[in-house]
Design a protein. Structure first.
Length: 91
């Protein structure tokens, strides 16, 4: 499902105009991005977003096989919530 389909599906379920849903989704996304930038954990029914440190490690260039150093960085981890896990496993 692409963003446009999601917007129309939410608008239809909520009985609101797609433009209102689009504005909400944009605000929702901006709020999550701001929280991630501040390294805050975001927990909701859907799941949890958490910023974690990935340590520096060795890797390999897949084309040459040469060993390379991969620097430490921060990554976002998403842990699905119970409702999302159940939805994925139901038919």
């Amino acid at each position: 499902m692409i963003q446009r389909e999601l917007i129309y599906k939410i608008a239809n379920n909520m009985g609101v105009k797609p433009e209102e849903t689009r504005k909400f989704l944009k605000g929702f996304t901006q709020a999550i991005l701001a929280a991630v930038k501040d390294e805050k954990t975001i927990s909701m029914e859907l799941g949890t977003f958490k910023v974690v440190d990935r340590p520096a490690h060795k890797g390999r260039n897949p084309q040459t096989g040469e060993e390379i150093d991969i620097p430490a960085c921060k990554v976002v981890r998403f842990t699905p919530g119970k409702a999302l896990r159940e939805a994925a496993n139901s038919k």
